[in-house]
Ligand binder design. Structure first.
Ligand code: AMP
Ligand code: ZN
Ligand code: FE
Ligand code: FE
Length: 293
């Protein structure tokens, strides 16, 4: 059915979740694709936070050895205030409603950043919005990693990681959420735009509060296609629990690096997706949108 997939079975290396300078990664979209090529990645997902701004540039770097699955990682909040990340892949980038959803999310990150800075400053920490603007690439989705970079530049902490551990993690008194769609709303939007929805690192308990396993059925009803299982922030037990849920609910299983360049320890393709799982996912998009040269 997919001769190309069958041919590549042995050498396929599928990494469906990575970030560029269009959000909080440190490689430009072009450099990200080149990095994937040199790593031997055969299918690369570009999933910047709440943005598709990197798609056009990434396409210019495509070579015959690699295919691109364009997407975005949509920040969501449950009604209980639990942070959820939803990967949308292979949706139509011209779809007005999804563009609006992403733009709304990016917009609310600006007042959210100002609030976090106010809280930090109230405790005597040396940081201003201008400092953060200097560490944020032009047009990038503004996030805590940019704030972390500014704290590093100001000598408050030594690294992004230290900034998160000490000051910026989800349970920190300086943490502020931004307005975001519910996971179900993001899923149905991704599906209306023709793409597939994969919930990112749902059981990454080391990041903060996680979803209850009973909430997956509702997301499936909204159109969820897959679960990201192999991810460094999920323990072997957490991954086993997710495989059981995916099997019961007939969802695809993915693995990915969540590569952020030098912004995080994650190496490109440190976790990957089995070709059969990717084929099953791709078949659920409403058109063949993988970019090939
Ligand atoms: P935000 O979207 O602004 O809430 O920021 C969340 C981002 O912070 C996610 O993309 C994570 O990849 C990143 N992040 C979380 N923990 C760390 C860490 N310890 N070091 C670097 N980046 C992190
Ligand atoms: Zn990120
Ligand atoms: Fe994420
Ligand atoms: Fe991510």
């Amino acid at each position: 059915m997919h001769p190309r997939g069958a041919e590549n079975e042995g050498s396929a290396m599928i990494d469906l979740h990575t970030h560029s300078t269009c959000s909080d990664g440190t490689d430009s979209p072009f450099a990200l694709v080149k990095k994937a090529l040199s790593t031997g990645v055969t299918t690369l997902g570009l999933t910047d936070h709440d943005s598709i701004a990197g798609w056009t540039e990434a396409i210019t770097a495509v070579a015959p050895q690699i295919e691109l699955a364009l997407g975005a990682e949509i920040s969501c909040l449950t009604p209980d205030g639990i942070s959820v990340h939803m990967l949308g892949l292979l949706f139509d980038g011209e779809h007005k409603e999804i563009q609006q959803m992403l733009e709304d999310s990016r917009d609310t990150r600006i007042p959210r950043m100002r609030k976090m800075i106010e809280l930090l400053r109230a405790d005597g920490i040396n940081i201003t919005i201008e400092d953060v603007q200097r560490t944020t690439p032009l047009g990038a989705t503004l996030g805590r990693p940019h704030l972390a970079d500014a704290l590093v530049a100001n000598g408050v902490v030594k690294s992004r990681d230290e900034a998160f551990v000490d000051l910026l993690h989800n349970e920190s008194k300086y943490y502020v959420t931004h307005a975001a769609p519910t996971p179900e709303d993001a899923i149905s939007m991704i599906r209306r735009a023709g793409g597939v929805a994969v919930i990112a690192h749902p059981f990454a308990s080391r990041r903060g509060e996680i979803l209850d396993s009973s909430t997956f059925a509702g997301m499936v009803a909204a159109g969820l296609n897959g679960i990201e299982v192999a991810h460094r922030d999920q323990s072997p037990d957490e991954q086993r629990a997710l495989i059981a849920i995916a099997t019961e609910l007939n969802l695809a299983i993915t693995g990915a690096s969540d590569y952020h360049g030098t912004g995080k320890l994650n190496s490109m393709a440190e976790n990957t997706t089995h070709p059969a799982q990717w084929e099953a996912l791709e078949a659920q998009a409403d058109a063949r949108r993988v970019i090939r040269k």
